[in-house]
Design a protein. Sequence first.
Length: 246
Amino acid sequence: MLRFSSHIQGEKAVRVMPEVRWEQNCVRPSRRTWPLLAFSWLVLTASAVAAPSARKLAVSDWRLVERESGKVNYYSVQKAATPPFIHAEYRPPYKTAVMGYQLADADRASASKLRWSWRALKLPKAGDECVAKSADSAAVIYVTWKRGLRWYTLKYVWSSVGAKGAICDRKRNPFLAQQTVVLQSGGPLNVWKQESIDLKAEFRKHFEDGDANASVPDLLGIGLMSDGDQTQSESSADYADFVLER
């Protein structure tokens, strides 16, 4: 059974990475440093296998990150749809829940780009990831790396009212580096949007001051989340067409 360790994001902490065993004299990051992850994300513990240069991440292979989620799993997989997608339907007073994908060892070291499609169906009321008390999102994609004892997480969001292109919720300490990036904001609703990120370029931009020659640690995990617990409002979105390029 996979276990995950926590990240930080606003006031929720999400875990989508392999559990870290902390030694007696180590300082463990606070679970409440961000609200669910920021999020940890899922990491595959399976052995390395050869993978094509571009691999689809089937929606049926995503799993609930139980240690970072409440009792209600408000995600469902629509396998018969075109395209197949993960549907998120958050309703207060649910506890936030997170989905994660297990990456093959070969993908973790060589991943270069991540592509996906998403559509917001219902926006949390006045959700703004750059404001702690209203940091809810119709849709979130988490990407996580690890170097030594430090976790690095970028949180890409579909916001209700946050400014498109905004970068906020910056956190830095010896064990965590995190930022939120607003990719989409507001409507139109129920319309698919395609996203593509250069994983190494994004890491260097946000965590290495844009140094094109900086080394990038292996990708550790990918996760998704829709929530409305800060604003106590409904939130809904769909996720599809995940592709990892090597």
